[in-house]
Design a protein around this ligand. Structure first.
Ligand SMILES: Nc1nc2c(ncn2[C@@H]2O[C@H](COP(=O)(O)OP(=O)(O)O)[C@@H](O)[C@H]2O)c(=O)[nH]1
Ligand SMILES: [Mg+2]
Length: 433
């Protein structure tokens, strides 16, 4: 199979040889670039929404740009704060929809006041009550909860997923009303005077519901049936630290936090004196029509596939399985005339979630032609890897890596292998190696 993560040899451990290697590369690069800009490698991160593209980019920043600024750390803390309240509200809505009884709903339950605190919490208001970050910045991201495509009312607009690539999106960004809050109001109409809770009280309420309400846990286990942030459990486990309005995120918090990408961002990195430009794009359907403007002069595509999402449906269209959408997208990109000779690097991402999920959510239920051992991580991964590689009708290579994009240690290794590979391939193609 195409998994080509390089293993350090004894030679590569020798600092002298490493220096020599770098010197050789500089000289080769100078020879290569006389009069042109061929030493800039342009990598495009592509894949469906929430697959992990921006997280891969964040890891590149940690590796090659000295990490995150203090401002980013404060801003992410506020975004996660809003996300953790909204995620708990989503669990409250969905438990009612799925008919899961909550302990906090039973008469006289000591958990009832905690549920009330979450129902009353207004994340933005709480940010304004003392956060160091600007709420203008935040409101852009909180609005994303209003962007939820009301799948049922839009079923007729989106059509079958067979031409998902570059097709017009379903304009899921038109609506800005906060759907979750509306739904909560329907389930729990609040006649009594709204009590104002502090950030600390709200965080405590989330923490208590998460750790003590068995209905919330049951509902979370069914979260593949609805839309919940990938990192919701991380937010809940750590919610007390986000109660501090001046908390600055750790690297891991930022990797776990999610800000939906809109448009295409370009970030430059210097890696061993080679210039890499990484393009990161929004992955949802409405974003894909922007991609084509950047398809020229791409050195390699990094396609990010969330393997854990085989039992989930799209945020933008709840009729469509996320893995099916990725298959359609990969097929279209891989065989597109733009990328006939462009190497692909396929990240089988969210492997950590996949490993946990495969034990309780049978793959065969979603992919009936899977005939590997049930609940077997290796068989299941091979199944997807083989099926994706089979889609390639061109002669270009596809390099596969199994990744957990939030894990800095393993990503350091994978990303070094990827940048090495790109440099080596290009030196070879130029006849230098
Ligand atoms: N557990 C886990 N979470 C991940 C992984 N990769 C990404 N995520 C999380 O998934 C969410 C979406 O990731 P993001 O990079 O924004 O996806 P994008 O829409 O493709 O850019 C974020 O909350 C990430 O922290 C992974 O390998 N494991
Ligand atoms: Mg993104």
């Amino acid at each position: 199979m195409g998994c080509t993560a390089s293993v350090p040899s004894n030679e590569e451990d020798d600092p002298f040889l490493q220096d020599k290697h770098i010197n050789d590369q500089i000289e080769q690069s100078l020879r290569m670039t006389k009069g042109n800009d061929r030493n800039e490698f342009k990598l495009f991160l592509l894949g469906t929404g929430e697959s992990g593209k921006s997280t891969v980019l964040k890891q590149m920043k940690l590796l090659h740009k000295g990490g995150f600024t203090s401002q980013e750390r404060v801003q992410y803390a506020q975004v996660i704060w809003c996300d953790l309240i909204q995620s708990m509200k989503i669990l409250l809505v969905q438990s009612s929809r799925l008919g899961i009884a909550l302990d906090s709903d039973t008469e006289g339950s000591p958990l009832a006041p905690f549920k009330q605190a979450v129902l009353n919490a207004n994340a933005l208001q709480l940010v304004n009550m003392g956060a160091a970050g600007s709420s203008d910045y935040l409101s852009d991201y909180v609005i994303k909860y209003g962007e939820r495509n009301r799948a049922k009312s839009r079923l007729n607009e989106t059509g079958a997923p067979d031409n998902a690539f570059l097709k017009e999106g379903s304009n899921e960004q038109d609506s800005t009303e906060t759907v979750v809050n509306e739904e909560l109001m329907e389930i729990y109409p609040m006649s009594e005077q709204k009590q104002i809770y502090t950030r600390h009280e709200v965080a405590e309420a989330v923490s208590k519901l998460w750790s003590l309400d068995s209905g919330i846990k049951k509902c979370f286990e069914k979260s593949h049936e609805f839309q919940l942030e990938s990192s919701a459990s991380y937010y809940f486990d750590n919610c007390m630290k986000f109660a501090d309005p001046n908390y600055k995120c750790s690297d891991l918090d930022i990797l776990k936090g999610r800000i939906k990408t809109s448009g295409i961002t370009e970030t430059d990195f210097m890696v061993n004196l080679f210039k890499f430009k990484i393009l990161d794009a929004g992955g949802q359907r409405s974003e894909r029509k922007k991609w084509i403007h950047c398809f020229e002069n791409i050195t390699a595509i990094m396609f990010v596939l969330a393997v854990s999402e085989y039992d989930q449906t799209l945020f933008e269209d709840e009729r469509v399985n996320r893995m099916h959408e990725s298959i359609v997208l990969f097929n279209a990109l891989c065989n597109s005339k733009w990328f006939i000779n462009t190497p692909f690097i396929l990240f089988l991402n969210k492997i950590d979630i996949f490993e946990q999920k495969i034990a309780r959510s049978p793959l065969k239920k979603y992919f009936p032609d899977y005939d590997g051992k049930p609940n077997d991580v290796e068989d299941a991964l091979k199944f997807f890897e083989t099926n994706f590689l089979k889609l390639n009708k061109t002669n270009k290579p596809i390099y596969v890596h199994r990744t957990c994009a939030t894990d800095t240690k393993s990503m350091k290794f994978v990303l070094s292998a990827v940048t090495d590979l790109i440099v080596q391939r290009n030196l070879k193609n130029s006849g230098i190696l």
